[in-house]
Design a binder for this molecule. Structure first.
Ligand code: NDP
Length: 314
């Protein structure tokens, strides 16, 4: 049985780079943080393979191993890390805030740091899941480097897909963009950029049927919905860029969000519109979405929480 404390000074929800960094700073500031890890302990990095762009790891590191290091560092300073998920919150009745864990336990918290992240949307194919991390990725900036000089495909027609296709075009020999409609959804400037990049080829009216390969990606089977033609592209990388979903369902109506469901923070801080509630990482950032930016904003959240408590005389 999970013996949660009744009251804490700092409750951190989520265990990606933002949450763990917030925990390291909050623990070192003596806030005695409690972290509720959520359904995917370690967050999105636990479903990636090599991470080569996080400073401090000159030889790169595997995503799951890096998150273990984050966890150990947070534990070293006394963070109470618990497995469990936050099922609801009540930020409407002033301080301390009420957080319900596993539909069962009520915890009162003087400060809450939300770092529940975002999840990439996937196509939902069996082959996509099977080859995830083995040629299939939802982050070109993270994984594009592994496909230098190779042919890759990217699915999606929004700004992210165009931006990532442009990024990949600088590294890869050929980039195929797979767009389900007869037009790109991206801004005109981004459309022009991909259309004018010689090694990007756009396939419109195109659905992905299957990603091919046993252990690693070796191709993709696509289908043209206008001509009913099927075709195989020989690619070693398959990128999915069809949008992200912030993990904010439980905070709806409790804290201000933008139209896409990302939590709004006051610029230059991690403060939300609710006193004592802070947000860090991808849950409030749909632009950068990097482990290092998430970690940076986790540090901000812990420092903001500490200052808030000091100001309140706690
Ligand atoms: P968007 O929702 O804008 O675009 C998603 C794209 O994926 C669309 O082309 C959509 O197709 C396609 N798609 C969705 N589901 C599927 C599916 N199941 N199969 C195939 N294709 C699919 O998401 P983005 O991540 O591109 O952008 C999110 C927001 O962030 C936007 O507001 C964007 O403008 C902004 N952004 C801005 C940037 C910038 O200004 N530099 C950079 C990146 C993002 P369809 O069009 O047919 O619906």
């Amino acid at each position: 049985m999970n013996n949660f404390p009744d009251k804490v000074r700092c409750l951190i929800i989520g265990s990606g780079p933002a949450g763990y960094t917030a925990a390291i700073y909050a623990a070192r500031a003596d806030l005695k943080p409690l972290m509720i890890q959520g359904l995917q302990p370690g967050g999105q990095l636990t479903i990636t393979t090599d991470v080569e762009n996080y400073p401090g790891y000159p030889k790169g590191i595997m995503g799951p191993e890096m998150m273990e290091d984050f966890k150990k560092q947070a534990e070293r300073f006394g963070t109470d890390i618990r497995f469990g998920y936050v099922s609801s919150v009540d930020f409407k009745n002033g301080l301390p805030h009420k957080v319900i864990v596993d539909d069962l336990y009520t915890i009162l918290a003087d400060t809450v740091i939300i770092s529940t992240g975002a999840s990439a949307k996937w196509l939902g194919l069996e082959s996509e899941q099977r080859l995830n991390g083995f040629g299939v990725s939802a982050c070109a900036v993270c994984d594009g480097f592994f496909f230098r000089g190779q042919d890759v495909a990217i699915v999606g027609g929004g700004d992210t897909a165009c931006e990532e296709a442009s990024y990949l075009a600088k590294l890869c020999k050929k980039v195929y963009m797979l767009v389900r409609k007869d037009a790109l959804r991206a801004s005109k400037a981004m459309q022009h950029r991909v259309e004018n990049t010689p090694n990007i080829e756009i396939f419109y009216n195109t659905e992905t049927k299957e990603i091919l390969g046993e252990k690693t990606t070796s191709g993709v089977r696509i289908f043209n919905t206008e001509t009913n033609e099927e075709k195989i592209l020989n690619v070693t990388g398959f990128f999915v860029a069809i949008g992200h979903q912030p993990n904010t369902e439980i905070f709806k109506g409790q804290v201000d969000m933008d139209g896409a469901g990302y939590i709004k923070t006051i610029p230059g801080s991690s403060r939300t519109n609710v006193e004592g509630v802070f947000a860090s990482g991808d849950v409030q950032d749909h632009i950068y979405r990097q482990a290092v930016t998430a970690a940076g904003s986790g540090c901000m959240a812990a420092m903001d929480a500490e200052r808030f408590l000091a100001h309140k005389g706690h």
